[in-house]
Structure formats: structure tokens, C-alpha cells
Design a protein around this ligand. Structure first.
Ligand SMILES: NC(=O)c1ccc[n+]([C@@H]2O[C@H](COP(=O)([O-])OP(=O)(O)OC[C@H]3O[C@@H](n4cnc5c(N)ncnc54)[C@H](O)[C@@H]3O)[C@@H](O)[C@H]2O)c1
Length: 364
């Protein structure tokens, strides 16, 4: 028997008269395959990492027949122009039309590539997402953004395009404690900045391993709903509202750049959340966020302070060089109190001045 939660939202853009259905649960392959029967044929792109780790679960998703499956080795190399072109050529050889479907079964890397391919192939072919990592279930499969990297710039080419369905099957992430811990800061971010219920769920446990199956399902469902609550107000990132999802990320991106990606995105986000909570407290009087982060860092084995090789001057020049910053100002999402985030305009000077003051105080 399938046990699932269903979240649906009105699609925007090309398929605006349709809904995107998100299913969260376990053993979702039968629901997936019955949906697939609505399409004549299609291509299924599956992650080799998911295949290695969860072969039986992934195989249950493969329908055979008119659906050709390609297993791809994961990595940022997938999100490239040559790879994109080779997939388009493959789909042309398969004689796929817009009525057919592209499915991806994998994490955010494969998802970003697949959704970009789907949105541009013959101006848009149907897309179904089966995210297999914790991050892709709570974040990258939701909200419609996709992209590939060009000239060393991440996600510099991409579109907004929603799948008709997302199957977040928790069977894929069972036992993947390190993977979950590494991306947990994104869920913590939703908790502090959007929905305090998420903070409450995380407070109930004392480590990733102790998260019960129902707790994990609740965490994923609430995280998806939190992201959607923001995305629906600003689907094309035109109103500044979506900036709320960037809490912690201005500093996190600088940490990733200075560490040359030795510090993973998730761990950099945790450090970024903490430093930005301190800056917010100083500038806008937000209190109560740093202690929540200190508690979660200790419960879930995350680090708040970055290693000594990341020195303040390098951090500041990384922020100055951040390509997302224009006109000398940062749209800084400040968490004023749990679940309440406001977007403040901050000059780079003020932001870097605060950062410098805070880091020097810590002896960096
Ligand atoms: N589009 C968006 O809104 C958005 C949001 C956040 C991140 N992203 C993108 O997502 C990407 C990162 O995604 P990710 O964290 O899912 O990483 P990933 O897709 O690179 O996967 C990480 C690793 O996990 C393996 N894997 C996949 N499923 C598995 C499973 N079930 N069990 C064990 N291993 C498994 C993969 O083979 C890979 O080695 C980045 O490219 C980032 O830019 C996009």
C-alpha cells in the first residue's frame, strides 16, 4: 500500500493552466508508473549514484516499453553545454515530440540539467521529477529553476520550468545520514526564516540518525511547503520576494569561493546563516536566531565557524565580486524573528564592514 502526502500548486509559465502535483511518501513507483502511462513514450535519465545506492528502488521506477532509460554519471560536468547538446541530439534520434515526456531520477545536478533540456526541447516537453537526494527533495526539484554552467559560471544559462509531477520518495534517502546532514542547513534555513514548525520538528530529535520515518516525512513536506509559499509569490524572481530563500547565502557563497569548494554548499550555508544572524542582530535588532542555530549545530553535528584559512579579507573580496550583486547594493534577507524575514537593501560597504567587524572580533 502506498502511503503518500499530496501537495499541489498552480503551475505558471507555459503550463499555467495545469497543476504541479508533488507526492511525498514511500513506495511511490506504482503511482509514478500509472502517471507515466498517460504518455506515449519518453526518455528516463537516471543517476548512477542513485542506481548504485538504491538499485532495487530505482529499478521499480523503470517501465520499459517505449521508455528508454539512460544512466548518467553524476557531477557538475552534466550541467554543461556539450552534455546538453548530446541529450537534445539523442532525443531527436528518438523522435520525441512535445507530447512525450522526460523523466529524471536523481539529485539536483541531474535535475537542473534535465529540467533545462525539457524546457527547451522543441520549446518544452513534459517533465516528471523523481528527486533522489535530500537536497533535491526539499529544494532543487521545487520552484522551477534550472540551469547549466557556462564559462565557469554556475547556472548562468537556464529557465523557469515546472514539472507536471514530483515524486519525493523517501526510500531513496533511507540511511544516507551524511548526505542528509550535509544538506540539513537548507531545512534549518526554512525553519528560521519561513516556518517555525520546521524548527519545532528539528528540535524533537537529537541527530540525523534519530529522525524517525514520520519525522523525516513531516520535515520534507513542511520544507517543500515553505519553499512553495515563497516561490508562489514571486515565481519568476522579479519582485525580490524570492530573495527570502537566500538567507545565509551571501556569506555562504563567499565561503564556498574562498575555500575553493572544499567546504560543501550545505555546510557553508550553516556558517552563513550564523554570521548573517549576528549581522542582522547588530543592524536590525533581530534576536533569538543565533541560539537556535547554535543548538542545531550541536545536535546535528554541523559547524558554525569556518576554518582559519578563510580570512576576512578574502571573504570580503569574494562578496564584492559576487555576480549577483548589482549597483553596489545587496538585497539582504534579514531574519528578524523566527519565521519573519524582511528584505533590506544594504550597501556592500555596510555589509562588508559588518562582516569585518564580526570576524575580527572572532580573531579571524
Ligand atoms: N534548481 C534549483 O532550484 C536548485 C536549488 C538548489 C541546488 N541546486 C543544484 O543542485 C545541485 C546539487 O544537488 P544534490 O545535492 O542533489 O547533488 P547531486 O545531484 O550532485 O548528488 C550528490 C551525490 O549523490 C548521489 N546520489 C543521488 N541519489 C542518491 C541516493 N539516493 N543515494 C545515495 N547517493 C545518491 C549522486 O550520484 C551524487 O554523487 C547543484 O548543482 C546545485 O546548483 C539547484
Amino acid at each position: 500500500m502506498e502511503n503518500l502526502k499530496r501537495i499541489s500548486y498552480q503551475n505558471w509559465g507555459m503550463h499555467q493552466n495545469e497543476k504541479t502535483e508533488i507526492f511525498v511518501g514511500r513506495r511511490l513507483s506504482e503511482s509514478f508508473k500509472s502517471l507515466l502511462r498517460e504518455y506515449g513514450k519518453g526518455i528516463i535519465l537516471a543517476s548512477s549514484g542513485a542506481y548504485r545506492a538504491k538499485r532495487e528502488i530505482l529499478e521499480a521506477y523503470l517501465p520499459g516499453g517505449e521508455f528508454e532509460t539512460i544512466i548518467l554519471d553524476d557531477g557538475e560536468h552534466l550541467k554543461s553545454m556539450p552534455f546538453y547538446s548530446s541529450l537534445i541530439e539523442k532525443m531527436l534520434q528518438m523522435d520525441l515530440s512535445r507530447d512525450d515526456v522526460l523523466v529524471y531520477i536523481g539529485g539536483g545536478t541531474l535535475g537542473d540539467l534535465s529540467a533545462f533540456v525539457a524546457s527547451t526541447f522543441k520549446r518544452g516537453i513534459n517533465l516528471i521529477a523523481v528527486p533522489t537526494t535530500f537536497l533535491s527533495q526539499i529544494d532543487s526539484s521545487i520552484g522551477g529553476k534550472n540551469g547549466i554552467n557556462v564559462g565557469g559560471l554556475k547556472n548562468v544559462v537556464g529557465t523557469f520550468y515546472n514539472p507536471s509531477a514530483v515524486f519525493a520518495d523517501l526510500d531513496f534517502i533511507d540511511g544516507q545520514d551524511n548526505m542528509i546532514r550535509d544538506s540539513l542547513p537548507e531545512a534549518i534555513k526554512y525553519g528560521i526564516s519561513i516556518d517555525p514548525d520546521i524548527t519545532e520538528i528539528l528540535n524533537r530529535y537529537d541527530g540525523v540518525r534519530s529522525l524517525s520515518k514520520s519525522g523525516m516525512e513531516e520535515l520534507i513536506t513542511k520544507s517543500i511547503e515553505a519553499k512553495l509559499s515563497v516561490v508562489e509569490r514571486d515565481p519568476f524572481e522579479l519582485k525580490g520576494v524570492r530573495q527570502i530563500l537566500n538567507v545565509g547565502h551571501t556569506v555562504a557563497h563567499a565561503i564556498e569561493a574562498v575555500s575553493e569548494n572544499r567546504i560543501s554548499h550545505g555546510r557553508a550555508v550553516m556558517m552563513g546563516l550564523y554570521i548573517e544572524s549576528k549581522i542582522t542582530a547588530d543592524l536590525f535588532g533581530g534576536f533569538g536566531i543565533s541560539p537556535i542555530l547554535e543548538r542545531f549545530a550541536s545536535i546535528y553535528g554541523l559547524t558554525l565557524e569556518f576554518p582559519p584559512e578563510i580570512i576576512v579579507d578574502k571573504m570580503i573580496s569574494a562578496i564584492r565580486n559576487d555576480k549577483k550583486i548589482s549597483g553596489g547594493e545587496i538585497l539582504f534577507p534579514a531574519v528578524i524573528s523566527p519565521g519573519e524575514t524582511v528584505i533590506k537593501r544594504l550597501s556592500i560597504e555596510r555589509m562588508t564592514g559588518e562582516l569585518e567587524r564580526w570576524l575580527k572580533q572572532k580573531g579571524k
